[in-house]
Write a protein that binds this ligand. Structure first.
Ligand code: DX5
Ligand code: ZN
Length: 219
């Protein structure tokens, strides 16, 4: 199954004093989504931002939002992230008591339903809900911070997910998030990744636009 390959820069590492400008640079370079990392200080040991910050970008960029909820009780807050421009809302398998219901709920809001798994969580935990997911996010770092080192065994999980998708005839996209750089991006894409998240590698680069374009040229 050949899906369009997409770059999703993560604004967690952007300069919030000029967020719209930074995002615009990646849009001009060919990014396809904006990755929005929401952290609550409970599910992960860090606090990032809420829906209001994302909504400040609404109407300022044509790039759809790819919302990554690293929070406890995500069903309670998912609707806050709904805009006409919200493409995916992703919850963590480890944070959901009723994942099947959460995925159905997100679809009922009108967004693509995503499920994320931490590095140590086997892909097989998702076996029974792959038909209810529009996106599966493989964490390649332990969630909570940008700028961490890529965990290589994440590639095995991406390959296994691509096989499960093929065998089951599912339509979900595969996203990889954490420690993605210009050096390892090709191996991540070759493993079967469709959506490449990059935070610090893009927004902490000398030239944000040029670096984003280099990522896009690898897609
Ligand atoms: C980490 C977040 C990632 C992070 C990626 O918990 O989910 O999206 O911002 O940043 P880099 O690419 O710097 O690892
Ligand atoms: Zn993320």
């Amino acid at each position: 199954m050949n899906k369009t390959k997409i770059l999703a820069p993560s604004i967690l590492s952007a300069d919030f004093s000029r967020l719209a400008d930074d995002v615009a640079k990646t849009e001009r370079a060919g990014a396809g989504l904006i990755h929005v990392d929401v952290m609550d200080g409970h599910f992960v040991p860090n606090i990032s931002f809420g829906a209001y910050v994302m909504k400040c970008l609404d109407g300022k960029t044509p790039l759809p939002f790819d919302v990554h909820l690293m929070i406890e009780d995500p069903d309670r807050y998912a609707a806050d992230f709904m805009t006409d421009n919200t493409r995916y809302i992703t919850v963590h398998q480890e944070a959901c008591d009723h994942l099947d219901r959460s995925l159905e709920y997100i679809r009922s809001l009108g967004a693509g339903a995503g499920v994320a798994i931490n590095p140590a969580t086997p892909v097989q935990t998702l076996t029974h809900v792959l038909g209810k997911a529009d996106l599966v996010l493989v964490m390649s770092v332990n969630p909570g911070f940008g700028g961490q080192k890529f965990i290589p065994y994440a590639l095995d999980k991406v390959r296994a997910l691509a096989d499960m998708r093929e065998l089951g005839g599912y339509g979900f996209a595969i996203e990889v998030d954490g420690g993605v750089t210009l050096d390892n991006a090709k191996s991540v894409l070759d493993a079967g990744c469709d959506i490449l998240v990059a935070g610090s590698a893009v927004f902490c680069a000398e030239d944000v636009g040029k670096t984003a374009a280099e990522f896009v040229s690898l897609l």
